[in-house]
Design a binder for this molecule. Structure first.
Ligand SMILES: Nc1ncnc2c1ncn2[C@@H]1O[C@H](COP(=O)(O)OP(=O)(O)OP(=O)(O)O)[C@@H](O)[C@H]1O
Length: 626
């Protein structure tokens, strides 16, 4: 079957049967020939509760991912576009994942409000929408509660609410009732049912509890990557010859896949999944002259015209909703939703939320304050003993000083000691700042990847997310660098101009923060990113070549990558007009960069870190989100 023909089939299935359909949909495992889903032809009727079931590993999650555009697939998918009167609301499919989808320290109301601000441009209806969604999901009395204190059932309700704020017509729910007690499970299904009946939503839910199948309108059974049944619960019972739905998988495993495929095909399903007998999607006969019969007539007409919807002979009075044939790359695309807020508005919302989260997370806030204000104090404590000597050498260079150095051995030794103390203190500041940088960046993205992926699916622009992270962590790092440099310089009376020294320390912390943020964006877990960041900091000092007597070739090979070296050297170069610098250079003649040279390398680190963050956030990492 050609791509166009498959597309027409999917489009056609939607026209006849409703919200979402796929035709000849196949998915292969990345980098191998293993076929996870094989030529799936399925449809999911409008305004109904759909169950997607099958034994573990049959491909349910993969089918959902294919619908959401999260895996590469062949074949076609069609889903309904909203009418123009609804153009302000989100056009996409909604997705309610199994995992936690909100920041734990926000309240329920705040979570819904931020979801609204990120996905809906028309703010005039915000208050009404939030109030009605809270009521709909039954959390109106828990609006002030922190997400962290919600029960499992309430979390699922919140997950639904986060989708409902942008009014998608169809919601895909991944194991939305898994892990809940029977009462909460019933309540969630009742909630979905009320949303179908009262708000005309369509739900496609993967479920594990087969005992709940009678509650669903339409059931899809996958088996070993193939579709083997679609219909209502009565149809399922007779199809598999079972009374008790819990026996479904026993019945399935009682025969080879080929048996079920043959049976399904012989039932009269054509290549594009349309039943050839006049049976509705609920498995009933279609009364002649009914609307459904008209739809089948549409199907016939479309088929007669070689599935060309433009030329099909439509029965008079039949209305067919507009459709969108959607290929993988287009689903979840950020630009196709006219109802989305502007990029700048998303950026401000993200920044507002991030600073609020910082204020709420008191543990992290105290750690940040302790590092920011405690580390400079530690540097000063280490400097106390040598402060008078530093003052002595903090004089501008003069001819007599050089002669004094050359002539007086004892003075030379004292001066060299003081210079070593100062360079050591500068290096100490630098290493502490790189440690702060690792703390700023390492967990920032990896720690909330699930939420980011979920929000991206709803239309959050990854560029704005990246920018918000760079601005947030960069602002903290710059403040840390500036404060460290200012505090230590004022107390220890280091010679040299303020501006280059403050700038160098700020660049040092921002550069390390961005590099660690980049690792946080490309790695799949916060733990890995943290570990790698700590290694990176740990190797700064020895690999800088300042401490270990590394062979020259190794020094030159590694040095460009070592933040601590350039920050230290840049800072020290700012003292070049002072005796201290000469005292150090008397005993050390190795190459030192100028302030501008060091700053340039640090800017390159910043640019490389930012590029890594853009790259990591640009790529979908659903593996770390499911
Ligand atoms: N990226 C991948 N690479 C290789 N195999 C994969 C990949 N993703 C899924 N699979 C395989 O595809 C099959 C279907 O996986 P999927 O997660 O869709 O099943 P499922 O029906 O959702 O299972 P469960 O009910 O246990 O969640 C499994 O055998 C799985 O190991």
């Amino acid at each position: 079957m050609t791509g166009d023909f498959a597309g027409q089939c999917a489009d056609h299935l939607y026209r006849v049967f409703g919200m979402l359909s796929c035709s000849e949909l196949s998915v292969r495992a990345d980098g191998s020939d293993f076929v996870i889903l094989d030529h799936i032809n399925a449809h999911f009727p409008n305004r109904s509760l759909n169950a997607l079931v099958g034994p573990s590993g049959c491909g349910k999650t993969t089918l959902i991912k294919a619908f959401l555009g999260l895996v590469n697939s062949e074949g076609e998918i069609a889903h309904r576009e909203q009418s123009s009167s609804e153009s302000s609301s989100n056009q996409r499919l909604g997705f309610v994942p199994q995992f936690s989808v909100a920041h734990a320290s926000l309240t329920v109301e705040e979570s819904l409000a931020y979801a609204f601000d990120l996905t809906v441009s028309d703010l005039s209806a915000k208050a009404d929408t939030l109030a009605s969604v809270l009521k709909l999901i039954g959390l109106d009395e828990h609006g002030e509660k922190r997400v962290s204190s919600l029960s499992g059932g309430q979390m699922r309700r919140l997950g639904l609410g986060l989708e409902l704020v942008s009014s998608p017509e169809c919601l895909i729910c991944d194991e939305v009732t898994s892990g809940l007690d029977p009462l909460s499970e019933d309540q969630i299904i009742a909630l979905l049912r009320s949303l179908v009946l009262e708000h005309e939503k369509t739900f496609i839910c993967t479920i594990h509890n087969l005992g709940k199948l009678p509650d669903f309108d339409h059931i899809t059974v996958l088996y070993q990557g193939r579709l083997v049944f679609q219909g209502d619960f009565n149809g399922l019972q007779s199809w598999f010859g079972i009374e008790d739905p819990l026996r479904l998988y026993h019945a399935l495993s009682g025969h080879e896949l080929s048996h079920w495929l043959e049976k399904w095909e012989n039932r009269g399903v054509s290549a594009c999944g349309r039943p050839t007998e006049e049976r509705s999607d609920r498995g009933d006969s279609i009364p002649v002259g009914s609307q459904e019969a008209q739809q089948v007539e549409v199907a016939e007409a479309t088929r007669d015209e070689k599935l060309d919807p433009g030329n099909a002979r439509l029965p008079s009075g039949t209305t067919v909703g507009s459709t969108a044939t959607v290929r993988r790359a287009q689903i979840g695309a950020e630009s196709c939703n006219p109802g989305l807020p502007s990029a700048l508005s998303q950026l401000f919302t993200l920044l507002r939320r991030r600073y609020k989260l910082l204020m709420r997370d008191t543990g992290y806030l105290w750690l940040l304050l302790a590092l920011t204000f405690g580390f400079p104090c530690i540097v000063v404590i280490f400097a106390i003993k040598g402060l008078p000597q530093i003052e002595g050498l903090a004089l501008e260079r003069s001819g007599s000083f050089i002669q004094q150095l050359q002539g007086d051995l004892r003075y030379r030794m004292e001066a060299a000691e003081t210079a070593t103390l100062v360079t050591g203190l500068v290096m100490f500041q630098v290493v502490l700042l790189t440690l702060m940088g690792a703390n700023n960046g390492a967990r920032e993205i990896a720690g909330e990847r699930q939420i980011f992926e979920k929000e991206r699916l709803k239309g959050l622009r990854s560029g704005m997310y990246t920018l918000s992270k760079l601005l947030f962590t960069g602002s903290i790092a710059a403040l840390q660098g500036l404060w460290m440099a200012l505090f230590v310089k004022v107390i220890c009376q280091f010679p040299g101009a303020f501006l280059p020294q403050l700038g160098m320390m700020a660049l040092c912390c921002v550069a390390m923060t961005f590099v660690c943020l980049g690792m946080s964006a490309v790695l799949s877990s916060a733990e890995r990113a943290s570990l790698l960041s700590i290694y990176l900091v740990g190797f700064q000092l020895p690999l800088s070549g300042v401490v270990l007597a590394l062979p020259d070739a190794v020094v030159w090979l590694l040095r460009p990558f070592i933040n601590a070296y350039w920050s230290w050297a840049g800072y020290f170069a700012s003292m070049k007009d002072f005796q201290l610098y000469d005292a150090y250079r008397m005993g050390n003649v190795s190459w030192l960069p100028s302030e501008w040279g060091a700053a340039t390398v640090l800017f390159l680190h910043i640019a490389a870190g930012a590029a890594l963050v853009f790259y990591g956030c640009g790529k979908t990492r659903w593996d770390s989100a499911s």
